[in-house]
Design a protein around this ligand. Structure first.
Ligand SMILES: Nc1ncnc2c1ncn2[C@@H]1O[C@H](COP(=O)(O)OP(=O)(O)OP(=O)(O)O)[C@@H](O)[C@H]1O
Ligand SMILES: [Mg+2]
Length: 332
């Protein structure tokens, strides 16, 4: 799981030290199923912070709680000091309070992409990004119908900004293509452009490298660094260890809903609990019981059924080190 020199070193751009997102004791049950148990960590402004762990560890569930999709069972998630999980005043009805809706979380400065790409398939690439820019526009329905000068100016600004973002993520030439016709990797980049269009301070990326080839993954690593260079803090979920180890400032590892490790990439990589979660047994045990000689691709089968391609030196079919349990369930 050697980090590739595809990007600036993770410590090239230290964070400002200001707390941006604080999770404290975050717990989520789906009926009797424990998805997250008392998870706590703090993300500082300017960091590329990664959340990793085997399939079903609770990573996407955490994103869904931050972005107002799921209510929490207990715990606190603060964004710039404001508890996202507590009831907030409803727009226009300040005395009424209810849990934040996803659009309100977006307006507070948190953008996201999805594990299962969620683009508008029959809209062009630029129209998909314009939807994101529009999340901040002021033009109401009346102004839109009347086509007032203010609304036309906003439209021009929206189009220009959307074009800039497509260029930024490297797919400017596909501006008029329907998003459903774009290659998978380009769709993932388009989702990043759309999320950036909402002017986030914090950008949540859920498996952005999924389905990308090795060259696209290197490009993605550079892109994520460039996004951070724009002053946007990144919270990244990813299974590809080269990507994770190559760009993360700090990593939290979840396993079956619990935080089992936190630290810099080199610390997490050596942590026995992390190795055990992924490989199923401690290195000493592995040395004591060498695996049988086989011609098959090197993998480890754990008691929990997690099949693990060997991360360092082993190559899966698209030449990356990804650790997954089989039967990968995606988010609802
Ligand atoms: N809406 C839901 N209803 C019931 N159970 C859910 C729901 N969403 C997630 N879960 C369960 O919660 C657990 C954590 O799921 P989650 O999707 O957060 O895992 P993950 O770490 O993102 O995994 P992966 O790497 O496969 O995407 C899993 O056991 C999953 O089946
Ligand atoms: Mg997930």
């Amino acid at each position: 799981m050697t980090a590739q020199a595809a990007s600036a070193p993770a410590d090239a751009r230290p964070s400002t030290g200001a707390k941006l997102l604080e999770a404290e004791g975050v717990t989520k049950y789906f009926g009797g199923l424990r998805a997250l148990q008392a998870v706590s960590f703090t993300i500082e402004e300017g960091q590329i912070f990664s959340l990793i762990g085997p399939n079903g560890a609770g990573k996407t569930t955490f994103f869904n709680m931050v972005t107002g999709i799921y209510p929490t069972t207990s715990g606190v998630i603060r964004f710039r000091g404001d508890d996202l999980l507590k009831p907030h005043p409803v727009p226009w009805f300040p005395l009424v309070r209810r849990p934040l809706k996803p659009f309100q979380v977006t307006r507070m400065g948190i953008g996201r992409t999805f594990q299962n790409i969620r683009l508008f398939p029959d809209l062009s690439a630029i129209e998909n990004v314009m939807v994101g820019v529009d999340a901040h526009n002021k033009a109401g329905i009346a102004r839109s119908i009347l086509g007032t000068p203010g609304q036309r100016i906003e439209e021009n600004v929206t189009t220009r900004r959307a074009k800039e973002l497509l260029d930024f993520v490297g797919i400017g030439k596909y501006s008029s293509e329907l998003s459903k016709n774009l290659a998978y990797g380009d769709q993932r980049r388009l989702e990043i452009a759309r999320a950036m269009a909402t002017n986030p301070q914090l950008l949540l990326l859920d498996e952005p490298a999924a389905g990308m080839n090795p060259a696209e993954k290197l490009e993605l690593m550079r892109l994520i660094n460039r996004v951070r260079d724009q002053g946007i803090t990144i919270l990244l979920i990813e299974h590809d260890m080269k990507v994770i180890m190559g760009i993360s400032d700090r990593i939290v590892v979840l396993d079956f809903g619990e935080k089992i490790a936190e630290g810099r990439p080199e610390e997490v990589q050596r942590d026995p609990r992390v190795i055990e979660a992924y490989l199923g047994k401690a290195p000493e045990e592995e040395a004591a019981a060498p695996p049988p000689v086989t011609d098959e691709a090197p993998t480890s089968e754990t008691p929990s059924g997690m099949t693990t391609p060997v991360a360092d030196g082993g190559q899966d079919d698209d030449d990356h080190a990804a650790w997954r349990r089989p039967g990968n369930g995606e988010e609802a």
